[in-house]
Design a protein around this ligand. Structure first.
Ligand SMILES: [Zn+2]
Ligand SMILES: [Zn+2]
Length: 213
């Protein structure tokens, strides 16, 4: 599926990786055809077919959960391009990270700059990628709430990642999560404000929704 954007400097595609897997995104510079693949969930043959005519430069990993990495080994073996991710998630990736990415790093893909944000909480090595107004967040942020957290400490950490790093971006930033529909950052900031204004159980974690938890 092609995502229509008014942004002429970028071409976005959600790749079909099969229903049980996370979303994969292909971001292409229309000038140069240089592209990055964000996550390599499932159905490697299908993913490869969809990127065949693109000059894919990197595979960028949001985090190491199995629903995001199912096709990584095969896609990497075929494309033979660097895989980028955070060192804290490296042990569970099926391939070595040729690009160890850290907060604030910048990558170039054609005429697009990709800014790396380290947003721990869902996993220790969770990364988000900002390309223009487009923010690819993996399982860090969804419409209505943060990604799943395994403990109250992780929840505190994901909230800090979201509020300090993601919410400092402009309201009209478009957010593409690892599962399901996209959202607009301003809307998520408002929902979080309502959450932050209420008192909560200090042991909060798991699947939290800003307006209901
Ligand atoms: Zn996921
Ligand atoms: Zn996950």
């Amino acid at each position: 599926m092609v995502i229509f954007t008014e942004d002429k400097s970028i071409h976005l595609q959600t790749l079909d990786a099969g229903a049980m897997w996370a979303s994969a995104y292909l971001v292409t510079c229309p000038e140069t055809n240089e592209s990055v693949l964000i996550d390599a969930p499932g159905k490697p043959e299908k993913l490869l077919e969809q990127v065949r005519n693109k000059n894919v430069k990197y595979i960028l990993m949001t985090h190491n959960h199995s629903d995001h990495i199912g096709a990584l080994q095969v896609v990497h073996a075929e494309l033979k391009i660097p895989v980028g991710g955070h060192a804290a998630d490296a042990p569970k990736y099926p391939v070595a990270l040729a690009l160890e990415l850290n907060d604030g790093d910048t990558l170039t893909c054609g005429q697009n700059q990709i800014r790396v944000l380290h947003t721990p909480g869902h996993t220790d090595g969770s990364l988000c990628f900002l390309i223009g107004k487009h923010l690819f967040v993996g399982d860090t942020l969804f419409p209505g709430g943060p990604g799943y957290t395994a403990s109250p400490d992780d929840f505190e950490e994901i909230v800090s990642s979201i509020t300090r790093k993601l919410f400092s971006l402009p309201d009209d930033t478009i957010v593409y999560p690892g599962h399901g529909a996209s959202t607009i950052l301003g809307k998520e900031k408002d929902a979080y404000k309502a959450f932050a204004a209420r008192t909560h159980n200090t042991r909060l974690s798991g699947d939290v929704l800003w307006l209901k938890s």
